[in-house]
Design a binder for this molecule. Structure first.
Ligand SMILES: C[S@@+](CC[C@H](N)C(=O)[O-])C[C@H]1O[C@@H](n2cnc3c(N)ncnc32)[C@H](O)[C@@H]1O
Length: 389
């Protein structure tokens, strides 16, 4: 390569250095191919670079591995290729690939959206009467890792309902994420994350489909599911995730939280998730409650006594009261609330979604409504205690 081409190549690679510094969480690796004409043949030599830690890349070239600083790879690649005629560099990160190559004393650049071109035919066996937002064929790697699709890429029979639940959740959160377009990166706190199915799929969808940077924090009280989640993130190379074995109510985030989610946080774990969202001033809180037990053991309401004498009706009414009170408390804290069935009850009977979007300061009217209901029913909801109202 002549010095002019080397300079141009280095300048372009320097822009990729900046990209790597800003996007380490999404970086996959760099491959380099040097080539030189020798008589009738072309000799090629390959190199690759991958992250050793946040500041260091490994430059693997001619059977030796050298640690280099991330802000020097442009220089190292160009210097190592000075005896060659041409050089092709492929810079890969999750969802995209940039190729820079020299050709006839010029340097060319091509950017490729990896996810959409990789999308093969969808797995028709899992189709319902709606189009999946996260298609099994596109998201095969992540769905395989979290155990939703088999090694052959087919959605497992016993996972179809989980897949449906996650995909519907993604659909309902989609517009919300698009509303946060002005943010460089979105941080999502997944409370009672379990094996973090939802976070993994959302991570794929936001980064690789919407092309938006994101960060996930998963909380669960069980060591087993947290270890399993960490392992899956590591296997996938998803560096934009952290998981903590902790009771939700004891967690203190170190970054601003944009959205709190919780899928089937049992009983008061859902209240802890909502309280976390309120405490950290999250722009949105989206929870799918389950096993609402607390209010059942507390409430009594004289006008309903002929109805609530039937245990099943008292229990069903308690579920409605629990989620209704959660909605009113959220409204009193300035959130706009909608409570909807987010999926068919055939997929899960625990199919109610509470969707709260922060709109304004506190709402006195809603607060007074809450106080009146609390008084009439004789209840002390955990959510109110957690947020000290
Ligand atoms: C039914 S699982 C749901 C897991 C996951 N969100 C999903 O949908 O696959 C409920 C999870 O809540 C966790 N959990 C319950 N109470 C909790 C608390 N106070 N703090 C953190 N995690 C809690 C449990 O350990 C369990 O993993």
């Amino acid at each position: 390569m002549n010095s002019q081409v080397e300079k141009k190549l280095e300048d372009i690679l320097k822009t990729l250095e900046d990209r790597l510094i800003d996007n380490k969480d999404f970086f996959k690796g760099i491959s380099v191919e040097y080539s030189k004409k020798e008589k009738e043949t072309v000799r090629t030599v390959k190199a690759k670079l991958y992250l050793e830690n946040v500041d260091t890349l490994v430059f693997d070239y001619k059977k030796s591995k050298t640690n280099i600083s991330v802000d020097t790879f442009a220089q190292v690649i160009v210097y190592s290729g000075s005896d060659f005629d041409d050089c092709k560099v492929v810079y890969s990160e999750r969802g995209s690939e940039t190729t820079v190559w020299t050709e006839k004393n010029n340097v060319k650049v091509k950017h490729k959206d990896v996810t959409s071109t990789a999308a093969a035919q969808d797995d028709v066996s899992t189709r319902s009467n709606r189009e999946y937002l996260v298609k099994a064929a596109e998201a095969r790697e992540v769905l395989k890792e979290i155990g939703i699709v088999s090694a052959e890429g087919k959605v497992k029979n016993d996972m179809i309902r989980k897949y449906n639940q996650i995909d519907h959740f993604v659909e309902l959160i989609d517009s919300l994420i698009k509303e946060l377009a002005h943010k460089e990166s979105i941080t999502i706190l997944d409370c009672a994350c379990g094996k973090s199915y939802l976070s993994f799929v959302l991570n794929f969808y936001i980064k690789e489909k919407l092309k938006k940077n994101c960060y996930f924090i998963g909380l669960d009280i069980s060591e087993q599911v947290i270890e399993a989640s960490k392992k899956m993130a590591s296997n996938l190379g998803y560096k934009n995730m952290e998981f903590h074995e902790v009771n939700i109510q004891n967690y203190m985030p170190e970054r601003e939280i944009d959205i709190v989610i919780s899928l089937h946080g049992c009983d008061t774990a859902t209240d802890m998730a909502i309280a976390a969202g309120i405490r950290y001033n999250a722009g949105a809180i989206i929870v799918i409650p389950c096993c609402q037990k607390e209010i059942l053991s507390q409430y009594s309401y004289e006008p309903f006594k002929e109805i609530t004498k039937h245990g099943i009706l008292k229990s069903r009414l308690a579920d409605v009261l629990t989620d209704g009170i959660r909605g009113i408390i959220l409204e009193s804290m300035g959130y706009e609330v909608s409570i909807v069935e987010y999926i068919s009850p055939l997929d899960t009977p625990k199919n109610l979604m509470i969707r709260a979007i922060k709109k304004s300061g506190k709402n006195r009217r809603a607060y007074e409504e809450y106080l009146a209901l609390k008084e009439a029913m004789g209840i002390e909801p955990t959510l109110a205690r957690l947020i000290h109202i």
